[in-house]
Design a protein around this ligand. Structure first.
Ligand SMILES: Nc1ncnc2c1ncn2[C@@H]1O[C@H](COP(=O)(O)OP(=O)(O)OP(=O)(O)O)[C@@H](O)[C@H]1O
Length: 269
């Protein structure tokens, strides 16, 4: 564990490589750069957290990796491929509670995308059962989204994404709209389930506490047009009261406050 040093690359081949990526938007007839020059890798089984000031392009990067936006420069490679059309190999979980299909039950929310992606009825039901079990949702399989709490909806969204058995899970502030208690419970559940099932995650967050607790490495971005300020190793930090955890929080906070940014969870000291 190296909470306060720049992260070393894990051994082996990366699953995802982002190399000198430049991404922007055409606004009022001209190109506005959001992400200037960003490079980082994700290795299989890693939880990589994207942290940075508001508007620095975290969601833009996640959408680029999902294949929703094309980079205007650099390369994004997944398992050696640069063809990034959106697909079930990169399942996305958003912050909003309305990402579920309201007309499907919880089980239907899992089986429907599986069927669309080629699973037989039987296989879809089997996988849905497996991932509902994994996320503690078996008792809610027959309920509709409007009958669920925000935390349960996010759990269903995670189960649905994992059931597709993607190469990686892309999560854009999935717990950002939850109350503090539910948020910390889901952070723990996600961390445990991901570790036990060798899931690879790219996770956008505003919270340094979340970055340290859930992540293995944290990619800290500069203000826009963004580059990578530093990649910080936070692997193995499970106890928020440990000196190493607190040191990692301080390190990330100082990297963010170099630019005067106030992280949304300042109550860690
Ligand atoms: N569809 C769009 N069209 C034009 N500009 C956009 C679009 N989406 C994002 N932007 C701009 O790109 C920049 C980066 O936005 P993005 O949402 O990726 O940042 P972020 O780091 O995720 O922000 P936050 O932390 O506030 O959620 C911002 O200046 C934003 O206004």
């Amino acid at each position: 564990m190296k909470a306060d040093t720049t992260a070393e690359r894990p051994a082996g081949e990366p699953l995802l490589t982002v190399e000198s990526a430049r991404v922007g938007y055409q606004t009022d007839g001209r190109f506005q750069t959001a992400v200037q020059d960003v490079s980082f890798d994700i290795y299989p089984g890693e939880n990589i957290m994207l942290l940075g000031p508001s508007g620095c392009g975290k969601s833009t990067l996640l959408k680029t990796i999902a294949g929703f936006i094309e980079p205007s420069g650099g390369t994004v490679r997944i398992s050696g491929r640069t063809d990034l059309a959106p697909g079930p190999d990169r399942a996305v979980v958003f912050q909003e509670f309305d990402q579920l299909f309201p007309w499907h039950t919880v089980e239907g929310n899992l089986t429907y995308p599986l069927r669309v992606n080629g699973s037989s009825r039987q296989e879809a039901k089997r996988l849905a059962g497996e991932y509902l079990e994994l996320m503690g949702l078996v008792h809610a399989a027959g309920r509709y989204p409007h009958q669920l709490s925000g935390g349960m909806k996010q759990r269903v969204a995670i189960a649905r994404a994992m059931a597709l058995r993607p190469l990686m899970l892309l999560m854009d502030e999935p717990f950002g709209a939850l109350d503090a208690q539910t948020r910390s419970r889901l952070q723990r559940e996600l961390k445990d389930v991901a570790a036990r099932n060798d899931v690879t995650i790219l996770f956008v967050t505003h919270s340094i506490q979340e970055a340290v607790f859930v992540g293995h490495r944290v990619v800290v971005l500069t203000p826009p047009p963004s580059t990578v300020r530093e990649v910080v190793d936070v692997s193995g930090l499970d106890d928020p009261t440990s000196p190493e955890f607190v040191a990692a929080l301080r390190r990330l906070r100082s990297l963010l406050t170099e630019d005067g940014e106030e992280p949304d969870d300042m109550a860690f000291e």
